[in-house]
Design a protein around this ligand. Structure first.
Ligand SMILES: O=P(O)(O)O[C@H]1O[C@H](CO)[C@@H](O)[C@H]1O
Ligand SMILES: Nc1nc2[nH]cnc2c(=O)[nH]1
Length: 320
């Protein structure tokens, strides 16, 4: 390896956030990909094996807890917790409202694994790293992903505290060429060009609406289109007006790359947004979006969300 390559390799390893995780990023023609995924298939399998060696059952449902929604993981019985810093080669959570641990346990008797704390692009992680835990879930045996997030409501019919079932997304970051699947494709995970028109399980969206209605949450629940921006700054009025014209109903800074990664490896996906604030599209409004409000609304809706997710998990367990 020549000196230039050595330097690039060191930079790439630095980008893996301080973990001693040197993986060859050279292709056979000695070309580097700046966005190359340092988590090889084998590396993901190793993380999954670390977890499986310590958990006596095999969950088929994975849950990602959104900002302020970590209490979903606290509802699990007999939890087995893995702080991210204890899992070999795992990134760490840096955002308030994201505890930073994987939690295995049973929700209403059903084995699940939860990410209590996700990774965001604005934390400095590339999208493939933000989404890597989804592949770990897959290797653990998860077939169904439930991704939750806190989001700003752009659709004027929504209210703070509502739940938007994600029926589709707009991959804004993908428009700029940033995609978690960028770089050489690992065919053992999935195909080079995965379709996304069926990203969100339609039947589950329908079923979740029925469950919400039965559980007295029907008035809170909508279905809509989510988009993820890079963050961490919230949106300007002009940006929100533009997103509204594009057909976006709720805006966040996560989930899309997780969903793409999950669909790439053929997991079923159900996702919902807790509307934690209404997007401000009026120049005369002096209010400002803020993360405290986001966390507060998560806390307020804690009990409803636990109940809703438990019912969905039970439905899934009976229908997989
Ligand atoms: O998407 P989650 O992780 O729920 O969090 C959302 O809330 C935070 C902003 O308050 C951002 O991280 C945004 O993505
Ligand atoms: N981008 C974005 N993310 C959020 N997460 C929670 N609320 C918001 C919001 O208004 N915008």
């Amino acid at each position: 390896m020549n000196g230039t390559c050595e330097l690039k390799k060191r930079l790439l390893n630095g980008a893996s956030n301080g973990h001693a995780f040197a993986v060859e990023n050279e292709t056979s023609n000695d070309q580097y990909y700046a966005n190359n995924n340092v988590y090889s298939y084998e590396a993901v399998v190793n993380i999954a094996e670390y977890l499986l060696d310590r958990v006596p059952y095999r969950p088929r449902i994975g849950i990602i807890c959104g900002s302020g929604m970590g209490s979903l993981a606290e509802a699990l019985s007999n939890p087995i917790k893995f702080p991210y810093e204890d899992i070999p080669n795992f990134p760490v959570s840096t955002v308030e409202g994201h505890a930073g641990q994987l939690v295995f346990g049973r929700l209403s008797g059903v084995p699940v694994m939860c990410m209590q704390g996700r990774f965001h692009y604005y934390e400095g992680y590339p999208l493939w790293k933000c989404a890597m835990p989804v592949r770990v879930m897959k290797m653990v045996g998860v077939t169904h992903l439930i991704a939750t997030n806190a989001a700003g409501g752009l659709n004027k019919t929504y209210k703070v505290g509502d739940i938007m079932l994600v029926k589709d997304h707009i991959n804004m970051m993908g428009f700029a060429g940033n995609n978690p699947l960028q770089g050489p494709n690992e065919a053992r995970f999935g195909p080079r060009f995965p379709p996304m028109n069926t990203a969100y399980d339609k039947q589950l969206v329908r079923k979740a609406k029925e469950i919400a209605a039965l559980e007295g949450l029907g008035d809170l629940v909508h279905d809509g289109v989510y988009t993820c921006l890079g963050g961490p700054s919230f949106e300007t009025v002009a940006e929100l007006k533009m997103l509204g014209m594009l057909g976006v109903d709720a805006v966040g800074m996560s989930t899309v790359h997780e969903v793409i990664t999950a669909r790439h490896c053929n997991m079923s996906v159900f996702a919902f947004s807790l509307i934690t604030n209404m997007c401000i599209t009026d120049y005369d409004c002096g209010d400002e979006a803020n993360h405290c409000e986001v966390l507060d609304v998560g806390k307020l809706r804690e009990a409803d969300l636990r109940h809703f997710v438990s019912k969905i998990v039970v439905h899934l367990a009976h229908n997989m």
